[in-house]
Unconditional design. Structure first.
Ligand SMILES: Nc1ncnc2c1ncn2[C@@H]1O[C@H](COP(=O)(O)OP(=O)(O)OP(=O)(O)O)[C@@H](O)[C@H]1O
Ligand SMILES: [Mg+2]
Length: 322
């Protein structure tokens, strides 16, 4: 119950989304779905958030979003776990698939599997029987298929191109059949079969990157790779979004780099960066994400704006209201 309470949107946050007053939002919600946290703060269970947002035009069509950059340390895991926990609060039944044998996303939630617990490499061949027994609940609407070093076996298991094309897709389809609206994949920083299979299954690929030259090299390689894999397997190109992370506006090179990338990829680039913040390491130490508390900070603000852009939340409200 304690964990449940952590990952919930507040009435005030919901009211800010559509411009209603908190009292008006409260009146539209089912009282049994509200959790009073303090005399000023009331949280809303994700199922009720979904019902409310759906009535306001939000689209919950299932989608698969992967975080990929062949360069390491660019903010893939941070983006994946922040996106997933915020999306769950917005009423998306969300599952993170940890594809990285470093297992950083699994560590982040304190969900490191025991030897006998199934992980991706144990379930992809038989998703209908294996997947739902392998995912673990972090909180209401937020689940994870954890990873461990054993996922390193994937490069051997997925030698056959047909297996590469279908492995991640089969697992995602099974999750969607079981009511998930959003699958968030966290990928390793290397080109292997896990990435190839992830690209084949994704609706959207988010490429987190910083201002350093290696990060940009990673961007070029990742975009090339996405095109080449879609060509090879005769698949439609997924949507590509670039997310500028660890932005420090005091660094001239960071400002210039953001502006240059935005000028070059005006449609693809998320139009604001994620600022550097110490909140990420502070919350990780507690096995939480930045959305576990409602305390205001730039990390929360930036990833919330990003998730709203990614999921089309702002767009549905502006269409609905005017
Ligand atoms: N906006 C940010 N501000 C400050 N620190 C950040 C930010 N984003 C990520 N970090 C930190 O940078 C480090 C690398 O981030 P993260 O693990 O998300 O990268 P990654 O791309 O998943 O790395 P890998 O390639 O090893 O999987 C972590 O310590 C993380 O807490
Ligand atoms: Mg990572």
């Amino acid at each position: 119950m304690q964990k449940d309470r952590q990952y919930m949107l507040t009435v005030e946050e919901l009211s800010r989304l559509n411009g209603w007053r908190p009292k008006e939002v409260m009146a539209a919600l089912d009282e049994t779905e509200l959790v009073r946290r303090s005399h000023i703060q009331t949280a809303v269970r994700p199922g009720m958030v979904k019902k409310f947002l759906q009535e306001n035009g939000m689209d919950y069509t299932p989608r698969v979003v992967a975080h990929i950059n062949l360069k390491g340390g660019t903010g893939k895991t941070t983006s994946a776990i922040s996106t997933a926990s915020r999306a769950a609060q917005y009423g998306f039944r969300t599952c993170i698939i940890d594809m990285d044998s470093q297992a950083s996303a699994s560590f982040a939630f304190g969900m490191v599997p025991e030897d006998e617990d199934p992980i991706f490499c144990d379930v992809w061949q038989n998703p209908a029987d294996m997947v739902m027994g392998a995912v673990r609940e972090i909180s209401e609407y937020l689940y994870i298929l954890p990873s461990s070093l054993d996922n390193g076996l994937l490069d051997m298991q997925l030698i056959n191109p047909a297996a590469q094309k279908n492995a991640v897709n089969g697992v995602c389809e099974e999750l969607i059949r079981n009511g998930f609206h959003l699958i968030v994949l966290d990928c390793p920083p290397s080109l292997g079969t896990a990435i190839i299979s992830t690209i084949c299954a994704s609706d959207t690929i988010v490429i987190p990157l910083g201002h350093d030259a290696f990060s940009k090299k990673g961007l070029e390689l990742t975009i090339e790779e996405v095109h080449s894999i879609c060509d090879t397997f005769n698949l439609d190109l997924p949507g590509i979004r670039l997310l500028f992370t660890k932005f420090d506006r005091r660094i001239k090179m960071a400002r210039e780099s953001f502006d240059r990338l935005f000028a070059r990829y005006p449609e693809t680039m998320i139009p604001f960066p994620i600022r550097t913040s110490s909140e990420f390491s502070k919350t990780l130490e507690k096995n939480e994400t930045i959305f576990a508390s409602t305390r205001k900070n730039s990390a929360r603000e930036d990833y919330d704006a990003y998730v709203r852009t990614l999921l089309g939340l702002d767009k549905s409200f502006s269409q609905e209201n005017g």
